[in-house]
Every structure is written in C-alpha cells, then in structure tokens.
Design a binder for this molecule. Structure first.
Ligand code: KG4
Ligand code: ZN
Length: 329
C-alpha cells in the first residue's frame, strides 16, 4: 500500500491505496473552506496552522495500515509554500520512522490521475485542467509525458469565480457559490466581452473579464437586488465558459482527439461540464470526468499517481525532497 498526503492549499487529506488492485482503502479530507471564507480567500499562514492540526489527526486513523506500506507519497509542488511543507515534513518523518521511500508528486499530475482513481489509466488524452491556481490544456500521452498546449496569461478560471464572489461579498470558495446564484440568473442580461475573442492565440485570460465584472458591480452600486447578483453570476459564468470553449474549438480543429477530459476543482461546474459535453459530442470525442468528490484537492489522486510512480521506481528520500510553490507541469 501507499500512504499519500495532500496539503498544497486549503485541504488536508491523507489516503491509503493498494498498489496492485488500485483500491482506495482509506481516504479522508478536512477542508478549511469555512475558516477562510470570512477573508474571501485562502490565508496561507492560517492554512498552514490548520494543516498542522488536521494532518496528524487523520494520520492517527491510518496507523493500522503502517505494516503494509511500501512508500509515502506527498504533493511537493506547486502550491502555497507554507502549506506544502506541512505535508512534506510529515512525509519525511514517516519515511525516517518507517524506513520507506518517498514519492514526490506534482499536484497537477495528481489532478490528471483523479480520472483513474480505482481504475486503469487511459492515455493518450487531451485534458483541460481548471483549478484555483491553473487553467491549462494538457496533452497527456503516458505516465511522465505531459505537454502544455495552452495556459492562462494571468488569472485562472477557478480564481476568477473566487474573485467575482469576493467582489459581490458572497464568500469563499467562489466557484460553487457563483454557480448556485447563476442558476437563478439571466445570462443574457450583461454583455461581458469574451476574452481574446479576436486573438489567434491559444491561451486564456481572466483578468479583463474580472475587471468588466468589477465595473458592472460598481455601476449597480449598493442597492443591488438578489436578482442583479444572480444575473451578474450567470452572465459571468457564461462568458468565462465561452472563453474556454472558444479556445478549445481551435485545439479540436487542429488535432484528431479521441479522449478528452476535464479535471481540477472547477471541473465540478455543471454549466461548464454541459458546454464541454456539447463540444465533445459535435466532434465525436469521448468526454471523461473525475467523480465530483475527486475534482477538488484530495490525497486519493496523489495516491493513484503514486502507484504508477512506484512501478516506474520514481523515488526520492527524506533528505533529497524539496518543495516548490511555482513549478508547472
Ligand atoms: O483543484 P482545487 O480544489 O484547488 C486548486 O488546485 O486550486 O480547485 C479549487 C478551485 C477554486 O478556485 C474554486 O472556486 C473552484 O475550484 N471551483 C469551482 C467550482 N467548484 C470549485 N469553480 C467553478 N464552479 C464550481 N462549481
Ligand atoms: Zn488542485
């Protein structure tokens, strides 16, 4: 079995995965969303302190599996530096005390492997990763062969939902809240411009759209009704998703794609899922999705990646592992 740890942002999570059967034996996650909500976003130092409390509590429940462990997997990049070290320090301590190798896992590779939890891998795939930190289209050919086809020039898709929610005073994380308001809103009421619509660039940008929303909120002033808020959310969500679809269409045009997937926290967005399903249907492409509970950050996806890393002997040791906030795929 492999014990995996995830602490790159605001979720403390540990999983135990069986190497041969790929079965998820144990999985627990303590989310800090409520603690950060009043600040409208994640406060790194608070997140680190909460990981320091939550991770040992979860670990306690996994002790019965210690005799069966073959490796300790941990997210070491990218993420918040002060929270990554909480997981890495725990992995180092376990590696020394149980005399086990460490498998260092790139968080984004983990999101890709969220598609394969308790399943066989399926490559090649074109994957849209939409999270709080990233918006990328990735060509995933096989384990260790991942290429970025498109990325964001500024904010990420998920982050733009967080910021819109914060500007409207709705709380954190913004994604599910904005999606909920959008359900009751009129997406045609506000004509936000789709980013990079006339640019040939295959890239993403959300800072301009965020600014358009900010100006609209200012224009409506303090007397915004619930309907106004819902209409802003619906119009924003539609424009943010249309931007993704518009650039994906360009990618679909230039390649023969059999399998397409969406991963990352924001892949839980049902409006986006439906729009991408339509795109895939029209191109006769199969759409793959992770289970909703595995879209946001979790240790099960880190454990699933670690199984393939284990077979590829991709090990490190407690004195060699480093963590980095920024490294991309
Ligand atoms: O993958 P994740 O849990 O953490 C990162 O790796 O960043 O993604 C969290 C992000 C947050 O920005 C959150 O607002 C967004 O995913 N998110 C959503 C939805 N659920 C979560 N964005 C849009 N619609 C949703 N339903
Ligand atoms: Zn993530």
């Amino acid at each position: 079995m492999i014990l995996s740890i995830e602490s790159s942002c605001d979720d403390s999570s540990i999983a135990i995965t069986e190497i041969e059967s790929k079965k998820l034996i144990f999985h627990k996650k303590i989310s800090q969303e409520k603690d950060h909500s009043k600040y409208g976003g994640v406060v790194p130092e608070l997140a680190a302190r909460l990981h320091a409390e939550a991770l040992p509590k979860i670990l306690e429940e996994t002790k019965i599996y210690f005799p069966h462990l073959k490796a300790i997997a941990v997210t070491n990049e990218p993420g918040l530096s002060v929270t990554l070290v909480e997981g890495v320090a725990m992995a180092q301590a376990l590696s020394i005390s149980l005399n086990l190798p460490i498998i260092a896992v790139n968080h984004l590779h983990g999101h890709i492997y969220s598609l394969f939890i308790e399943k066989e891998i399926l490559f090649p795939q074109i994957i849209l990763l939409v999270s709080g930190g990233h918006t990328q289209v990735i060509e995933a050919n096989r384990f260790g062969d991942f290429k970025i086809l498109a990325t964001t020039m500024d904010d990420s898709f998920g982050e733009s939902f967080d910021k819109v929610s914060k500007m409207l005073g709705l709380g954190y994380p913004g994604g599910p809240i904005v999606e909920e308001y959008a359900k009751k809103g009129d997406s045609e009421r506000f004509n936000f411009t789709v980013p990079l619509l006339n640019s040939p660039k295959i890239a993403f940008s959300y800072s301009g759209l965020k600014n358009q929303v900010r100006l609209k909120i200012q224009e409506l002033g303090d007397k915004k009704s619930k309907q106004d808020i819902s209409d802003i959310c619906a119009s924003f969500q539609q424009t943010a998703s249309t931007h993704l679809i518009h650039k994906l269409k360009k990618i679909f045009k230039t390649r023969t794609i059999k399998n397409f997937a969406i991963v990352g926290g924001a892949s839980a967005n049902l409006y986006l899922r439906a729009e991408i399903q339509k795109l895939c249907d029209s191109h006769k492409v199969l759409l793959h999705l992770a289970e909703l509970k595995f879209c946001s950050d979790n240790a099960a996806m880190i454990g699933r990646y670690a199984i393939d890393a284990y077979h590829n002997k991709q090990f490190t040791t407690f004195d060699k592992i480093t963590s980095s906030p920024k490294v991309s795929i």
